[in-house]
Design a protein around this ligand. Structure first.
Ligand code: CIZ
Ligand code: SF4
Length: 310
């Protein structure tokens, strides 16, 4: 890419020319969020993907999210700026291994967090997100045994919140499982008036210390609506961009991980760059392809989620 090219202008031009829509996750770098048509968490973006009348969906996020967009809009071209933008959580539950695991529990229904591969969705009865997970679980009769996949931290939190025992798959997110309890405790002492907020993909000892636990959009709403002026935020640091935009007078401190970094970025999300966004729109590559049976079977689990939470 010519370094003198105005990427923002060029991307906006391509959007118009090709009737393309850019959906960006809150964990994308700020510049990408600012050029996007919609910014959201995985639930909000999949709803946008289902309802858009654009010809091309450019998904600035990770692979499983672009797959979900393709399942919901199979006739559209779905592009992902970097095909290697994967997800440690989705990767922690390979469908062939899960299929064998599931065979041990023939009476169980499967609820899967939407952060999983398209193929895992074909083995799932109902998908959920962290926003609607409690509601989805409660929609099953109390005597219906359930398997929850793939995130064990979210699963444990849901067992606690719903009072319902579930068989849990042992997967996790590399970003949310490395927050340092010790460094967070020190930060809380230094900022006694700050609210500590966390995403339920964090480990239970982190969640136990939180003033508010919620999905990406719930955390954003909490920072906007609560009376607190200062927040320590235990989730991917990309979300701070919208928090600061929504509440310019408030202070946001990213919770530190167990390494030398001051904040916690998802390396998969950050594979997408403005340059890659531009070239992907220009050449309409790389494109997401899914087999018809995967679209059909996987989509049923998302449709059930959207029906139940409507
Ligand atoms: O960790 C993630 O990738 C999350 C929380 C995604 C989402 O938007 O639900
Ligand atoms: Fe996957 Fe975690 Fe990155 Fe989200 S933050 S895309 S769950 S690795």
């Amino acid at each position: 890419v010519d370094p003198s090219l105005d990427l923002v202008a060029a991307i906006n031009q391509l959007k118009k020319e090709k009737n393309a829509v850019i959906l960006a996750h809150y964990y994308q770098e700020s510049e990408i969020q600012d050029v996007a048509d919609y910014i959201g968490d995985s639930l909000g973006l999949s709803q946008q993907a289902a309802s858009t009348d654009a010809d091309i969906i450019v998904f600035a996020g990770v692979h499983f999210m672009a797959e979900t967009a393709k399942m919901l809009s199979p006739s559209k071209k779905v592009l992902l700026p970097d095909l290697k933008a994967g997800c440690s959580l989705a990767d922690s539950c390979p469908a062939p291994v899960f299929r064998k695991f599931k065979e041990k529990y023939p009476d169980h229904k499967v609820v899967s967090y939407i952060n999983c591969t398209a193929e895992l969705k074909t083995l799932t009865d109902v998908c959920c997100t962290s926003t609607n997970a409690k509601y989805i679980i409660d929609s099953f009769p109390a005597d219906q045994p359930l398997i929850f996949a793939p995130d064990i931290n979210l699963g444990r939190w849901l067992v606690k919140e719903t009072g319902r025992d579930m068989v849990l798959w042992n997967g996790s997110c590399m970003v949310h499982e490395i927050f340092s309890h010790e460094k967070i405790t020190k930060l809380k002492i230094k900022h006694p008036n700050a609210a500590f907020i966390a995403h339920p993909e964090c480990e239970s000892h982190i969640l136990d210390a939180a003033d508010h636990v919620g999905s990406t959009s719930s955390l954003l709403r909490f920072t906007r609506e609560s009376k607190y002026q200062e927040f320590i935020v235990a989730t991917e640091s990309g979300i701070l961009h919208q928090m600061i935009k929504d509440s310019p007078g408030k202070t946001f401190i990213p919770a530190p991980p167990n390494n030398a970094c001051a904040c916690n970025d998802c390396p998969h999300m950050k594979r997408n760059t403005m340059e890659k966004l531009y070239t992907c729109m220009k050449y309409e590559l790389p494109e997401i392809h899914l087999e018809d049976w995967v679209i059909e079977k996987g989509r049923a689990s998302i449709d059930r989620m959207l029906e139940i939470s409507a």
